[in-house]
Design a protein around this ligand. Structure first.
Ligand code: KIV
Length: 271
């Protein structure tokens, strides 16, 4: 049994405690049973069923098209593979922006139909009322500020956010609004490291950075990017921990050669 299996389940309180104790939080995305089981077994603290599934699982060029039903399907698969990690699921575009009732109904569906532990929502002050409503129904909410991919057509680019003072001030105010609305944590995506540090230090709740420098309380990456499955995405913030694209490519090429050459299966692989 690994050390991680002896540890208690990660909860939102665990994350708050980790911030107080200055223990960094590890988070990765996953979208299916097999990878979720691997990541959970390896000891990851938080698994995010991100709406990046729209890109890396479905092949869309943004997170806009993925539906609530599709997110629920991915989350159900992930939850079946997890014993210890906290599972957070993105509310997809269109499932919470209209009004607080719709937001609550979407969050309830995700919690009831998947067995996950929390939801994540993109946006600041403008979604604070919906967050309050969802939190008061007993559902933990993680916020998401900085680069918010669901608003890509409003901003027009995936470049670094909050580089000027006005935007930086707005981000810090939004972060406080999300904490006051009851968020238990906050993703900070693609913002200057110094702003992420100031924001993290000003909050009681943990921040999880992606392209937001080393001073956040934790880090998150998209699994396909950090495992080197996706070769086309190479932003400065991404560290690749494996080169699965090459390994999978050569494994499949070898399999094809073995099948075509009559080498597979051999006698010991046959009944
Ligand atoms: O959908 C996602 O994968 C995310 C992470 C990039 C934080 O929101």
């Amino acid at each position: 049994m690994s050390v991680h299996n002896e540890l208690k389940k990660v909860t939102t309180n665990t994350l708050l405690r980790m911030k107080t104790q200055q223990t960094k939080i590890s988070m990765l995305t996953a979208y299916d049973y097999s990878f979720a089981k691997l990541f959970d077994g390896a000891g990851i603290d938080v698994i995010l069923v991100g709406d990046s599934a729209s890109n890396v699982m479905a092949g869309h060029d943004s997170t806009i098209p993925i539906t609530l039903e599709q997110m629920i399907y991915h989350a159900q698969c992930v939850v079946r593979g997890v014993q210890r990690s906290l599972v957070v699921v993105d509310l997809p575009f269109g499932s919470y922006q209209s009004n607080t009732e719709i937001a609550l109904a979407s969050a309830i569906r995700i919690m009831k139909e998947t067995g996950c532990h929390a939801v994540k929502m993109e946006g600041g002050e403008e979604i604070a009322d919906s967050i309050k409503k969802i939190v008061s129904a007993g559902i933990p909410v993680m916020g998401h500020l900085g680069l918010t991919p669901q608003s890509i057509y409003k901003f027009g680019t995936y470049s670094v956010r909050a580089k000027d003072e006005d935007e930086a001030l707005k981000l810090r105010q939004d972060a406080l609004a999300l904490q006051n609305a009851g968020c238990f944590g906050l993703v900070l995506e693609k913002i200057p490291a110094q702003l992420a540090q100031q924001t993290s230090e000003s909050l009681r709740i943990p921040t999880i950075g992606i392209g937001a420098g080393p001073h956040c309380d934790g880090q998150v990456l998209v699994m396909h990017d950090m495992l080197g499955i996706n070769t086309a995405f190479n932003p400065r913030f991404l560290r690749k921990y494996a080169n699965l694209h090459e390994q999978i490519n050569s494994a499949v090429a070898q399999y094809i050669a073995d099948v075509k050459g009559g080498d597979f299966p051999n006698a010991t692989e046959s009944y």
